[in-house]
Design a protein around this ligand. Structure first.
Ligand code: AMP
Ligand code: MG
Length: 404
């Protein structure tokens, strides 16, 4: 039996990052950078005031000095009036420092504390304290110098990254395109949620669970629908994935040893399928292969197993397709509130994590049957038992994954 790590390594070998494209900055949140980004300008762009006050020459005016106000500088202005000894210029936050000035005194440290919008600058102002050179000044290049590296290829762009790109004037961003994921469910028993129930039928959960997970990872979804347990129907749907140039096919059910598991047959005819028994629980049987050269995942049919199989194997593959580097999922330590038993396979159990008396604790959500999606709904964490462990006593420390 393969370990989870070995299975994942073999899977990741089949994936390469998809091509790059340039897209408008406003659409780039969540996308993965395809090139390193270097600053094309300094930040701040120019010496500017970090407060509303008066720009002056530091050091010389003692408390009680009266300065003549020679200019009034708003954010966006660029003053050419040189400030000399005995002079100052009213200045707003973010406005460029006038020539000559090397510090700013806050309004609150003067006798002029007029805060009403549109107020005129006074002719003279009295200082109530002395200022140091550079005080309340944000210097050009203090945050970032032109030419410095800021973001690396492979980085998934967050709100703050988008903001920095905007500050650097990068309006078209080189990112990897979204990977295209073709999603298939299979089984004669499956009905859509809006269809009337019939005896023996159940509602298709996996199309929804797996589509949600895929959307979270930023993929473009190609919906192949529900295939009947019928070779022609399965093949027809998989051909849609080929035609739509899917980067990966994710299917659930129909790959075990059941008499009507046709997905298996069709993949074998159109490429190759490897069955692995992975040393894990739930979701031991995992099918992986290629259909017309497209990587194919055959996840178990039970919704909880399909979810966990996606999280462990499909998500990292999608990350690699997206151009992001592989990073093992971050775990957190938690104190177990009850004894937990397993059969010795690496186990992913549904749990409820909380914070009690200054520490993270975790308990199980109840019965762990792999068709019991409700217990996954009630959980906010997966509790991980390493392989070889059959019993973990209450109060032990365990690893958990927090679920979003
Ligand atoms: P199979 O792999 O086809 O033997 O399916 C295993 C179990 O998962 C059976 O109980 C199926 O009814 C169930 N199952 C398969 N596909 C789905 C689905 N899309 N939604 C909910 N349950 C499913
Ligand atoms: Mg089936």
């Amino acid at each position: 039996m393969l370990s989870v790590t070995e299975a994942l390594e073999r899977i990741l070998k089949e994936f390469r990052p998809v091509e790059a494209e340039a897209i408008p900055l406003a659409l780039a949140t969540g996308r993965v950078l395809a090139e390193n980004v270097t600053a094309g300008n300094d930040l701040p762009l120019f010496d500017n005031s970090s407060v509303d006050g008066f720009a002056l020459i530091a050091g010389d005016p003692a408390p009680g000095s009266v300065l003549t106000v020679v200019d009034d500088i708003r954010a966006g202005d660029f003053s050419r009036t040189t400030v000399r000894n005995g002079e100052c210029a009213r200045i707003m936050t973010g406005a460029a420092l006038p020539p000559g000035a090397d510090a700013v005194i806050m309004l609150e440290d003067t006798d002029f504390n007029e805060l009403t919008p549109g107020s005129r600058a006074p002719a003279r102002v009295t200082l109530t304290r002395q200022v140091q050179t550079g005080e309340n000044v944000r210097r050009r290049g203090d945050d970032l110098r032109s030419g410095e590296a800021v973001l690396q290829a492979g980085h998934r762009l967050r709100a703050q990254d988008i903001g920095l790109l905007a500050m650097l004037g990068i309006s078209n961003v080189p990112v990897h395109r979204r990977p295209r994921l073709a999603l298939l469910s299979s089984g004669n028993e499956l009905l859509a949620p809006d269809q009337a129930l019939e005896p023996g039928k159940i509602r298709d959960a996996n199309s929804y669970v797996l589509a949600s997970l895929a959307e979270q990872t930023g993929t473009e979804l190609i919906r192949l629908g529900v295939a009947a347990d019928d070779e022609t129907d399965v093949r027809y749907r998989l051909e849609q994935a080929v035609r739509a140039q899917a980067d990966v096919i994710v299917s659930s059910a129909g790959v075990s040893v059941g008499a009507f598991d046709y997905v298996k047959t069709v993949i074998e005819q159109g490429g190759g399928l490897e069955f692995w028994k992975v040393n894990m629980r739930p979701g031991k049987p995992l099918a992986f292969g290629l259909y017309q050269s497209i990587p194919f995942f055959g996840l178990p049919g039970n919704p909880v197993s399909a979810f966990i199989g996606f999280e462990i194997f499909v998500r990292p593959a999608l990350e690699k397709l997206s151009g992001a580097p592989f990073r093992p999922r971050s775990t957190r330590r938690a104190r177990l509130l009850e004894e937990v038993r397993s059969d010795g396979r690496e186990s992913y159990l549904r749990g409820i994590a909380g914070f009690e008396h200054g520490e993270t604790v975790v308990r199980l959500t109840g019965h762990q049957g792999s068709g019991n999606l409700l217990s996954l709904v009630q959980s906010n964490a997966l509790l991980i038992l390493p392989s070889g462990v059959k019993c973990v006593p209450a109060n032990s420390e365990v690893d958990i994954w927090l679920l979003t």
